[in-house]
Design a protein around this ligand. Structure first.
Ligand code: CTP
Length: 406
């Protein structure tokens, strides 16, 4: 997700400095590169060995480090980075940044910056609320820096209020957001992609409904990979076991008809992916009161009517309204290839990802998927992989397809 991104992480001295180590782990796990700089006071809380080991890059501290002077070029450090993050930022360091002090490596890097800076302050509530800090905060915002936190809560000193460092996952989300919003060269930047996901619910009466076992995990993983590639994602979801991914536009629906309406409202788009498990039918009559027992020992019978086929309706749109690429899924329990080939033609979609959802396949609700990919020319079996990898592979296929000349 952050592959190839270089983050210059400035750690200043504060009791929360250890949380910068957790943040580094998250950045590394997402494929990013971290160059840590520790101020002199940060060394009281974090050792250069810990910071350097977790980052996989030596932690730098001094502007003029004996024996390495030639190597530490603060201008190059900043030029090399894609983003600068200050975690935690003390009141003192905020003052230095606001006033252009440059008496150590960290403050010099800030003064020489040509990159965006995200600041996560951490200090005692009185220090945060103090007029000089608030003036510095305003100056730094005016200078174009963005802030995460501080949070309200109990402080290490026992006082309560604003000043706690934001949690590492929140700072991490801000970093990802920065690259999504401002990142150049993302392959799907400017592309609008619609994804349906999760299970629809068809009510029988106010307390009962018909649904299926879809967890929404595959649709969520696809939307997340598309977003990471820079796409604007319209995520239209029914019931799911997992929350929607960050950074997508979510429309929550209940029934197949709701999903149909939301999809057509969200058009036009460049690519539409239909991952939702949509109920093919719904009860003809929906009771406005709870359906009672028959009283004569018999069960009521259900009359069903067909739901609209959303994928089919989009695949059949006129060329000026139809997405360039319409992608369906096929949930099959037997004869997967035969049924999927017929489904691709019947639905009129461009690609189809077929998966075996028979009992024992572990697809519904699981974290892995075995896909057979159909592109109208033939089919290709993908090795079993995680749903996140399926999302990434599909995103790569979409990117290559959209890159082709018309
Ligand atoms: N789909 C849809 N609207 C429906 C039913 C299905 O958009 N009313 C989409 C699904 O999101 C999926 C594809 O159609 O992308 C195939 O779904 P699937 O349940 O496998 O197929 P069905 O059309 O329901 O056909 P069948 O039940 O006969 O296999």
């Amino acid at each position: 997700m952050l592959a190839g991104r270089k983050i210059l992480l400035i750690i200043t001295g504060g009791i929360a400095a250890f949380k910068a180590i957790d943040l580094m782990r998250m950045i590394k796990k997402a494929g990013g590169d971290v160059q840590p700089i520790l101020t002199k006071s940060a060394l009281e809380f974090v050792t250069p060995l810990t910071a350097g080991t977790v980052a996989g890059n030596p932690a730098l501290s001094e502007l003029f480090d004996l024996g390495r002077e030639a190597e530490i070029n603060h201008i190059e450090l900043v030029r090399d980075a894609d983003l600068i993050v200050v975690v935690p930022a003390t009141g003192d360091f905020m003052a230095k940044m606001a006033h252009g002090f440059a008496d150590d490596l960290a403050s010099t890097a800030i003064l020489a910056r040509d990159k965006h800076v995200i600041v996560a302050p951490s200090m005692n509530v009185r220090m945060w609320e103090a007029a000089p800090t608030q003036r510095n905060f305003q100056t730094l915002v005016d200078d174009g820096m963005s802030f995460v936190g501080p949070d309200k809560g109990e402080m290490a000193c026992g006082e309560f209020g604003l000043g706690r460092l934001a949690e590492p996952d929140v700072i991490f989300a801000a970093i990802k957001d920065y690259f999504f919003t401002f990142g150049e060269n993302l392959p799907l930047k400017g592309k609008r992609v619609l994804v349906t996901s999760g299970a629809t619910r068809e009510p029988l009466d106010p307390v009962r409904f018909l649904t299926n076992a879809s967890s929404g995990k595959q649709g969520t993983a696809i939307a997340s990979a598309l977003r990471a590639a820079g796409a604007d994602v319209e995520f239209i979801t029914g019931a799911a076991d997992v929350p929607p991914p960050d950074g997508v536009n979510v429309t929550q629906i209940t029934t197949a008809q709701d999903m149909y309406d939301a999809v057509h409202e969200a058009l036009p788009c460049d690519v539409a992916i239909f991952c939702a498990a949509v109920s093919d039918w719904r009860p003809k009559a929906v009771g406005d009161k709870k359906i009672k027992k028959n009283g004569d020992g018999t069960a009521p019978s259900l009359e069903m009517v067909l739901n609209p086929d959303i994928l089919h309706s989009v695949a059949q749109l006129e060329p000026d309204q139809r997405p360039q690429l319409v992608i369906g899924f096929a949930a099959e329990t037997n004869d997967v290839v035969k049924h999927a080939e017929a489904k691709l033609v019947r639905k009129g979609c461009d690609w189809l990802l077929a998966n075996d959802v028979s009992a024992g396949s572990g697809t519904f609700g699981g974290d892995h998927n075995s896909i057979i990919f159909f592109d109208g020319q033939g089919h290709q079996e993908w090795a079993q992989m995680s749903k996140a990898e399926v999302g990434q592979k599909l995103t790569n296929q979409i990117t290559s397809y959209l890159k082709q000349p018309d």
